[in-house]
Ligand binder design. Structure first.
Ligand code: HEC
Length: 112
């Protein structure tokens, strides 16, 4: 019965999509890499303590009232016409979102 097969396939697809959305956080190992990337690479412009340098401070105090989506967009696409580069070659969108969420909450230190 083709329609039943289609319905089952559709249900399966939705289940797969839902799983992807629900587990969109980067894995623990990737999270460690992202903390390192932000502390080292972003830190070269935003300050090793993220308190500002060439780029503005990325501390909880500075980021707390900014909309999450605009921070994600700035990280992913950069700010054309400013030194803030796009990071989409190195980060996928869930990485950028994870970083933005951590910046709003106060970015973690690198684990040693
Ligand atoms: C080459 C220097 C440079 C690097 C590297 C850099 N930034 Fe930036 N960033 C800037 C500058 C300059 C601005 C300010 C842009 C403007 O004038 O709007 C900025 C702006 C931002 C903003 C917006 C701040 C606000 O107050 O709206 C965020 C968020 C941000 N950067 C995050 C990051 C993250 C995360 C990384 C690393 C993945 C990073 N930046 C790496 C230079 C840099």
């Amino acid at each position: 019965m083709p329609s039943r097969t289609t319905a089952l396939a559709t249900a399966g697809l939705f289940a797969a999509l839902w799983t992807t959305v629900a587990t969109a956080q980067p894995a623990a190992e990737r999270q460690r890499e992202l903390v390192r990337l932000v502390r080292q690479d972003c830190g070269s412009c935003h300050g090793m303590r993220l308190t500002g340098g060439l780029g503005p401070a990325l501390t909880r105090e500075a980021m707390g009232d900014k909309p999450l989506d605009s921070i994600v967009a700035t990280i992913f696409h950069g700010r054309p016409g400013t030194p803030m580069p796009p990071w989409r070659a190195l980060l996928d969108e869930s990485d950028a979102r994870w970083i933005a969420e951590r910046l709003i909450a106060g970015f973690p230190q690198e684990a040693r």
